[in-house]
Design a protein around this ligand. Structure first.
Ligand SMILES: C[S@@+](CC[C@H](N)C(=O)[O-])C[C@H]1O[C@@H](n2cnc3c(N)ncnc32)[C@H](O)[C@@H]1O
Length: 212
């Protein structure tokens, strides 16, 4: 956690609550699934929903579905005929994600993929309005290179964990590929003239990018 837990709790209390379905998904993920801290949670989830409502995207790409929490939040602002494409490498998460896409009533607007995002992204022939990157940190620069030409001008990219529990302001330990990936990603986008970016210290750090 980057910010004071009391401040984070206050921010949650004064943000809209998550839906009943999202609360149920949060509970089930915590009870049954490994690494439940990976799930976006109420505050970040409401932020993703707000971004989606602001943009009213037709096509969203998510890299890192996990149990489907952020996909449901991102889908909330989709246009009536819009779709969210979401990629997950762990096939064991398929049944819980599918169950909650149905409970949230979005099964017809979700296009789920199971496999390695590095291999799947090049096969998706869609122009995206919004991309959410939230998978293995080592590959963040690679994901960025793969998606940047699939995002329309004026489209947005949201990237999670860019503060990586504060490790970005500590010396890089040898062999720490995740932190190295985050360092490389943050440096890459900071000097990329195709985008404008702002790093928000929300939760574990969210980078917002607008393609110009
Ligand atoms: C932080 S979790 C995603 C959390 C989810 N976006 C949410 O907020 O509820 C990261 C997910 O990325 C998946 N992942 C890791 N490497 C991947 C890869 N190469 N391709 C696709 N998914 C991957 C992991 O299995 C994990 O479920």
């Amino acid at each position: 956690m980057i910010i004071d837990p009391k401040i984070e709790k206050y921010a949650e209390e004064f943000s809209s609550p998550q839906s009943v379905v999202l609360a149920e998904l949060y509970r089930e993920t915590n009870l049954k699934i490994m690494n439940p801290r990976m799930l976006s949670g109420q505050l970040q989830g409401r932020f993703l929903s707000m971004i989606s409502h602001m943009m009213q995207p037709k096509n969203i790409l998510e890299i890192g579905t996990y149990t489907g929490y952020s996909a449901i939040c991102l889908s909330e602002g989709l246009q009536a005929n819009g779709a969210i494409h979401t990629i997950e490498i762990d096939i064991e998460l398929k049944s819980i994600a599918k169950k909650y896409f149905q409970k949230a009533g979005i099964e017809n607007s979700v296009v789920p993929y199971f496999g390695d995002a590095m291999k799947i992204i090049p096969q998706i022939d869609v122009v995206f309005d919004l991309v959410f990157i939230d998978a293995d940190k080592e590959n963040y620069p690679n994901y960025y290179h793969l998606i940047i030409n699939k995002v329309r001008k004026g489209g947005y990219i949201v990237v999670d964990n860019v503060l990586w529990s504060g490790k970005v302001v500590q010396p890089l330990k040898s062999g720490d590929k995740d932190t190295a990936g985050i360092f490389a990603f943050n440096a890459l986008v900071q000097q990329d003239e195709r985008v404008e970016n702002v790093l928000l210290p929300l939760r574990d750090g969210l980078m917002l990018l607008r393609k110009i």
